[in-house]
Design a binder for this molecule. Sequence first.
Ligand SMILES: C[S@@+](CC[C@H](N)C(=O)[O-])C[C@H]1O[C@@H](n2cnc3c(N)ncnc32)[C@H](O)[C@@H]1O
Length: 261
Amino acid sequence: MYNEKAIISQWIADMYDWNETYTDDVEFALSLMGENPKRVLEIACGSGRFMIPVAKAGHHVIGLDFDEFMLDKIAAKISNEKIEWYKADVIHEEWDTGFDVVVLGANFLYNIVSDLDYEQAQELVIQKAANALNVGGYVFIDCGYTQSPEKWFNHPEPNVVWEGIDSHGNFGKMTLLDSSYDEKSRMNKFVRRFEMVLKDGSNVEQEIPSEKHFASLEQIHHWLLKAGFVIEKEYGDYHCNPISESTSRAIIWARKMKETE
Ligand SMILES: C[S@@+](CC[C@H](N)C(=O)[O-])C[C@H]1O[C@@H](n2cnc3c(N)ncnc32)[C@H](O)[C@@H]1O
């Protein structure tokens, strides 16, 4: 689980839900899935930004996430879609099987929270996606990607990500500080600083040193191949351009070719 205080997690859930409302990735994934109803598993579904429109498009969607503040937001946004969600740590808990599509979207490969070595966790998630799929099913991977990660991540100056009052009347500000990138290990280190003034006037502050592994395209390809996938489509943006110096995503649609277990 995250290591911020619960009052901060609650604030983050509101900020994420209210600010991260883009849909271009969902529309793109829906175009790859086609119109026939599919059984879809979204890993790290959060507050349902991605999986709810997929369910509304007629697919049967199951979402897993370990953040209850995020999951708690889903029920109010749905009516009679085929959609289910469960609280689960996707690294340590089993995933259901028999899916046509597994979604590892919204930068999840980069955003995995776990106590495992980062690269091991990234490879494990791809292997678990293979295990959860029917033969012939697809994994959809979508993450921020650049051929010059040092330019993206070497940013010591503070960057305010969100600032605002949550549904409980608590004001908060989240700033990323001291971001640096090590080319050899491909690790991005930074500090997450939270400064809050709660409704009752009290202050809560927390600084959390964080690190994430920026997987290379070659690593992702290798993990996919090892897990029995064949990459059918790969793009650098939602307009189907190839990955290049000027694109900023890695969007992969890979097919499970044979039984894994
Ligand atoms: C950036 S949010 C994305 C939410 C959603 N997929 C979307 O597209 O809006 C990342 C999510 O990953 C979840 N997460 C990270 N590590 C996890 C883990 N080990 N098990 C379950 N959920 C995890 C977080 O709780 C968070 O909701």
